[in-house]
Design a protein around this ligand. Structure first.
Ligand SMILES: *Cc1c(COP(=O)(O)O)cnc(C)c1O
Length: 365
């Protein structure tokens, strides 16, 4: 059996540090807003090269709170790609905004600036580029679009921790998730907002803590969405290893590219020019994807699909009034994509077995 991710191996590397950290928190009972939270926020801001970081309850809240802190007109449109995890669209609705969907580009499956420009008509106030699979959407084009239409930019960076893009404008506001399976994963729910402005960071912090900065004084209606101290302990230990873990993912992606390039029918992913990819997911494209997926599962290879149904075809978003054919690139991709096992502890031997299984399944189609 070749697992999709290996959280056990990651834990083994940090186990001792995590246990010591948990003991420290238990000894002081600083379960909520303990010193590890502030320390992690500083460390993650430094790692990301953004001045401010606010830990929150999860990545979906991070997107919602970043949007709410942007003070957009209620009911305004927010442009986002149709092929993303549903949480991006969910957070837009929860922030009191209206999802305005756009298609992705054919090669990298990232927000297509041309499609986003068509979507960004009257009544739109924000754009959410999603750094899907571990590489950044074309941020220079996104910022040009935002400047033209007066849009706030909120990056969904849930899958791109440690990624880079040459020449891009600095991060203004970005949301990330520390869901267990992400490149930087907690042992439960956690997320964060990164902000260049101290004022925006303060607004997020206020919203995430019942609208309160001074205990029992509530300036605004808020939420309970704080980063848990025990999760901060885990995240600090893992953050210290994240750069190396991302390097190991890049090495595994290179190895896959070598192993799969000779297999007929497999389309291998690559980093867009100027992008440093962190390979949260390694997404190939194949014909007859469902049969290939079933064949791999039979061979003990845990492959998955990210994501089988684009946002505009989800029942939950039926009231947007979209149907098949509205975002053809995202729809075609959804029928072809297949995520192979990818994590820092994947071995060359395991990757060879994945390639062999894939070759065999494709030959039998
Ligand atoms: C994981 C993820 C989220 C949501 O994060 P949670 O912590 O699970 O709420 C949002 N957007 C994208 C693209 C994600 O991959």
């Amino acid at each position: 059996m070749i697992p999709f991710v290996d959280l056990r191996a990651a834990h083994a590397e940090v186990a001792e540090e995590v246990r010591e950290g948990f003991d420290r928190v238990l000894a002081t009972t600083a379960f909520v807003q303990g010193p590890d939270v502030a320390a992690f926020e500083q460390e993650y801001a430094a790692f990301s090269g953004v001045p401010h970081c606010v830990g929150v309850g999860n990545g979906t809240d991070a997107v919602e709170l970043a949007l709410r802190a942007s003070d957009l007109p209620p009911g305004a449109g927010a442009v986002l790609p149709a092929n993303t995890f549903v949480a991006t669209a969910e957070a837009v609705v929860r922030a009191g905004l209206r999802p305005v969907l756009a298609d992705c580009d054919e090669e990298f499956l990232l927000l297509d600036p041309a499609s986003a420009a068509t979507a960004a008509g009257t009544g739109t106030a924000a754009v959410l580029p999603v750094h899907l699979y571990g590489q950044q959407a074309p941020m220079t084009a996104v910022h040009e679009l935002a400047a033209r239409h007066g849009l706030a930019v909120v990056e969904d960076a849930a899958q791109s921790q440690g990624s880079e893009q040459a020449g891009r404008p600095p991060v203004g506001l970005a949301a990330t998730s520390f869901y267990a399976g992400k490149n930087l994963g907690a042992y439960g729910e956690a997320g964060a907002v990164l902000a260049s402005s101290a004022e925006t960071a303060r607004a997020v912090r206020l919203l995430a803590n019942h609208g309160s900065e001074v205990k029992y004084r509530h300036e605004t209606l808020g939420f309970n969405s704080r980063l848990d101290t025990l999760q901060a302990v885990v995240l600090r230990a893992k953050l210290a290893r994240l750069a190396r873990w991302n390097e190991l993912r890049r090495a595994a992606a290179d190895r896959y590219a070598d192993l799969l390039s000779g297999i007929d029918g497999v389309r291998v992913p690559r980093a867009a020019p100027g992008n440093v990819h962190v390979w949260h997911l390694y997404v190939i494209r194949v014909p007859e994807r469902d049969r290939v997926l079933a064949g791999l599962q039979e061979a003990g290879v845990q492959a998955q699909i990210h994501y089988p149904v684009p946002v505009h075809l989800q029942p939950a978003f039926g009231d947007l009034g979209h149907g098949p054919g509205d975002f053809p690139v995202a729809e075609k991709a959804a029928a072809e994509i297949l995520s192979l096992p990818m994590h820092p502890h994947l071995t060359a031997d395991q990757q060879e077995r994945v390639a062999e299984a894939l070759d065999k399944v494709l030959r039998q189609l």
